[in-house]
Write a protein that binds this ligand. Structure first.
Ligand code: ATP
Ligand code: MG
Length: 392
């Protein structure tokens, strides 16, 4: 039996004259993904994308799973295609549809006939198919007003489409349609979630990770690259810039007051991210900050780190509780990696009494004890790039 996928767009349908661009981006993403699963054809029909295997080797299950992580699609139906005869439709309903009706008590059939040459009209098709469903699943009842599941039959030009129910898509808008932004990716729980949330809004990611070798280890870096790989089914292929803060941290420890270490370090991070972002065509920064979560995430602390960039800073976790962030991190599959206990450059040389209500002038005085520009440039010159190939 031939199976295809019917994908329903979400917000794309509201995009007016830009709709074409959103659709093209979405199709490009799907075509790119399809390569891994065999030969597929992707076509559009009103607000539905049709993904169709071209031969018996195409892996429709793999493609289905991958499509569930593509932003811009709100619902996916698995759909059987058969010959346009009531006999073939009956056979397909009996064999294919019961798997979608497990645990359901009520249903209705909706039929559509775009091929008007078909002998029966929509009402007649629906009535007959209703009978086949009842024969295959005698425990079901018809409920036309509030069915738990709708069985759909569409008589199209090249065949009859039969499907029931819809799986949830990833929602959002297609990756790339909102431009590119630089994610500050640590090994923690929050920043991968922040990256996921912004890719959902159409952002193409680029990432930057700060380390402090030998105070942070090779394993800590590996963990971050693993997190990046875990984001890639949503984000696609992207690069991670690795930047060493070792020299900066050593200079901070030698020259500045301990209470300001974290804030000063975060100012360096923002400044370096700002410059690498601009060089690589990113229009914004993304962080996993959540208001009040730690000393460096109070309003005042964010207030003294924010001015180090002129780019907009997206902080999708800012109003979320840890528990809400954890829930998303479990859903997208980054949680287990995030909780592996490796050090982060923010957790080495941490002050015992970090300033939670810093004054900008005091922070600037502390910063002026070092050659900020020289240290930033040195860090940028020493940066290198890791490519994350999408695991879709
Ligand atoms: P996370 O769980 O994302 O690590 P956190 O609760 O540990 O966040 P902080 O350490 O204060 O919070 O970091 C706040 C944000 O700064 C992070 O979400 C991340 O965007 C960025 N950040 C922190 N450390 C690093 C790092 N080593 N490399 C890149 N970005 C970082
Ligand atoms: Mg962290």
């Amino acid at each position: 039996m031939k199976e295809i996928l019917l994908c329903k767009y979400g917000e794309i349908v509201l995009k007016g004259s830009n709709r074409r661009y959103f659709e093209d981006t979405l199709c490009k993403t799907l075509r790119h993904r399809a390569k891994k699963y065999g030969s597929f054809e992707i076509t559009r029909s009103q607000s539905t994308l049709i993904i169709e295997p071209k031969d018996d080797f195409a892996d429709i299950d793999g493609m289905f799973e991958s499509t569930q992580k593509v932003f811009g699609i709100v619902g996916i139906s698995r759909c059987a295609v058969c010959e346009k005869s009531m006999e073939a439709i009956k056979k397909t309903v009996e064999e294919y549809i019961p798997q979608f009706l497990i645990g359901k008590k009520t249903f209705k059939v909706v039929a559509k006939r775009s091929d008007k040459r078909f002998a029966l009209d929509s009402m007649q098709i629906a009535a007959e198919v209703g009978g086949y469903v009842l024969a295959a699943c005698p425990y079901l009842r018809v409920n036309v007003r509030e069915p738990e599941i709708v069985v759909q039959v569409e008589i199209r030009e090249f065949g009859a489409y039969i499907h029931a129910g819809q799986f949830k898509g990833a929602g959002g808008i297609p990756v790339g349609t909102s431009g590119k932004a630089m994610l500050l990716l640590s090994g923690g729980i929050d920043s991968p979630v922040a990256g996921y949330m912004m890719t959902k809004r159409g952002i193409q990611l680029e990432a930057i990770h700060f380390e402090s070798f030998p105070y942070t280890s090779e394993r800590a870096r590996e963990k971050v690259l693993e997190l990046a790989r875990e984001l890639s089914p949503y984000a696609g292929t992207f690069t991670v810039h690795i930047v060493s803060l070792t020299h900066i941290q050593e200079e901070l420890v030698k020259n500045c007051e301990e209470d300001y270490f974290t804030l000063l370090l975060r100012r360096y991070m923002m400044a370096i991210s700002d410059r690498i972002a601009k060089k690589t065509g990113c229009g914004a920064l993304i962080t996993g900050e959540s208001l009040g979560q730690v000393a460096s995430q109070t309003m005042q602390a964010i207030g003294v780190t924010n001015p180090m960039t002129t780019l907009p800073v997206f902080r999708p976790c800012i109003g979320m509780d840890k528990e809400e962030i954890v829930q998303i991190s479990r859903k997208i599959g980054t949680f287990d990696t995030s909780i592996q206990p490796y050090e982060d450059c923010c957790t080495v040389f941490t002050p015992k009494h970090p300033k939670t209500k810093p004054e900008l002038s005091k922070v600037e005085e502390q910063q002026s004890r070092l050659d900020f520009e020289a240290l930033v440039n040195e860090a940028i010159e020493g940066a290198y790039v890791e490519y994350i190939r999408a695991e879709v």
